[in-house]
Design a protein around this ligand. Structure first.
Ligand code: SF4
Length: 198
């Protein structure tokens, strides 16, 4: 039997199995719920692409205000509260910032201890802690979208699929969305330049 025929056969059987499951009322309800959640979230995955910090140093301009503020405090050697320390480490780890660079960011702090900071950065990486969501950052009063009048934080983005304005829910999504938009803008400019030269 040809591979494509085998694939079709498997798909038909899977569909039949799915239809049978959907006849069970409880399953059908759960399936519908999952489907609705997926439909409302799947567009966000289009903007998710690997951010390679070693190749794109300009990424910092695409960081949200809640991170920019902590970075400027660190630059000035201002003390940070515990949640700010955790948040910045988890955020930079999530973007695969090199360990040494994260440690150096803390070096202007009055209580800086290279070994201790290195241990904490490595520990957080090993545990795979993910940075706080916007909702949690708001409860810690670390969200600065309002203060900095950040359009993306305040108004969200337009969802082409759902035809509605959607709020952003995570600072990492903020970075990915901004990166996506600037990548598209660059592509557009390059194509226009090419056409102009032809
Ligand atoms: S909305 Fe989210 S990304 Fe924007 S400043 Fe607030 S916490 Fe940060």
């Amino acid at each position: 039997m040809k591979f494509s025929n085998l694939n079709n056969k498997n798909n038909n059987e899977l569909n039949k199995f799915k239809d049978k499951l959907l006849e069970i009322q409880d399953f059908s309800k759960i399936y519908e719920k999952i489907n609705n959640i997926w439909e409302s979230r799947k567009e966000e995955f289009e903007y998710k692409f690997e951010v390679d910090i070693t190749k794109d140093k300009g990424i910092i301009k695409n960081f949200p205000a809640c991170i920019q503020e902590i970075l400027s405090k660190l630059k000035e050697g201002q003390n940070l509260v515990h949640t700010e320390r955790l948040y910045i480490v988890w955020f930079l780890n999530a973007l695969k910032y090199p360990e040494e660079e994260i440690i150096n960011i803390f070096s202007a702090l009055p209580d800086f201890d290279r070994d201790k900071t290195g241990y904490q950065v490595r520990f957080a990486k090993k545990k795979g802690y993910t940075p706080y969501s916007c909702k949690t950052l708001k409860t810690y009063s670390l969200c600065l979208g309002k203060k900095f009048k950040d359009k993306l934080c305040l108004e969200g983005y337009f969802s082409r699929k759902l035809d509605i304005q959607k709020k952003i829910s995570h600072p990492l999504f903020y970075v990915q969305y901004k990166q996506f938009v600037s990548m598209k803008k660059k592509e557009y400019e390059q194509n226009s330049q090419k056409k102009h030269n032809e």
